[in-house]
Design a protein around this ligand. Sequence first.
Ligand SMILES: Nc1ncnc2c1ncn2[C@@H]1O[C@H](COP(=O)(O)OP(=O)(O)OP(=O)(O)O)[C@@H](O)[C@H]1O
Ligand SMILES: [Mg+2]
Length: 231
Amino acid sequence: MTGTTPPAAPTRGREITVTGIDGAGKSTLAARLHQALNDAGQPTVLIGKHTTTVPMDEDLSAYLDRVNAVVYRRDARVARTCGDHYWLLQLAAWYALQDRLVIQPALAAGTHVILDNAHHKILARYAVNPGPLTRLAEQVFAHLTEPDLVIFLQIGAQEALARKGTFSSLETGHSGDGDADFVCYQDAVLAQLRKQEQQGGWLSVDVTDLDRETVFKTAAAALADRLQLPI
Ligand SMILES: Nc1ncnc2c1ncn2[C@@H]1O[C@H](COP(=O)(O)OP(=O)(O)OP(=O)(O)O)[C@@H](O)[C@H]1O
Ligand SMILES: [Mg+2]
């Protein structure tokens, strides 16, 4: 019998996500890991809230961009007026599409995914004031692809504020516009992230006194150790 062997399916890519309070250094680390993996010959995409391209599909890209505009490109007054319930459902729609249209196809094609900020911070925000939305938040994100590694950058709110300098109303939980409002709210979000961490498996790094290079080296060592990625 003759015939050609079908090409082997690519080894599934790995998904790595970074979480932490606002200003913890998530985007900084995500960009650095993305660069390092590609430099090491590991095809990797960096996905975040600005990613609206669905490879080789203009229609889906255009649609994803419209959803992105609804969720992320609106003014502060609109954000406050629409309310927490509405925003949870919009964020769930955004994350569902990002997972299905961008993350899953990349992983299936053997490309690694660095996700700058998965849904964990949203869960934490909706857990700060326990109520019906806390439960709903757990439900609407439950179907998302489980990352192979969650990197939790731990830092106190005061130190995060010093790094960020400025902040939005959302980043105080709409509780006020003073530094103390930011610190109080973000410390509450941090406490909720720590509760999620207790479910296990996260790489937790106290980044309070760590420079960018040390944070990167710590994360890179975990990628090599836990995921066998040559970085
Ligand atoms: N290890 C570090 N040491 C000092 N400053 C840092 C470090 N990592 C990042 N920064 C700086 O802190 C600020 C916040 O970093 P970054 O934007 O990466 O945080 P983030 O967690 O993505 O924040 P956000 O939740 O607002 O998106 C930036 O100015 C960044 O350059
Ligand atoms: Mg960021």
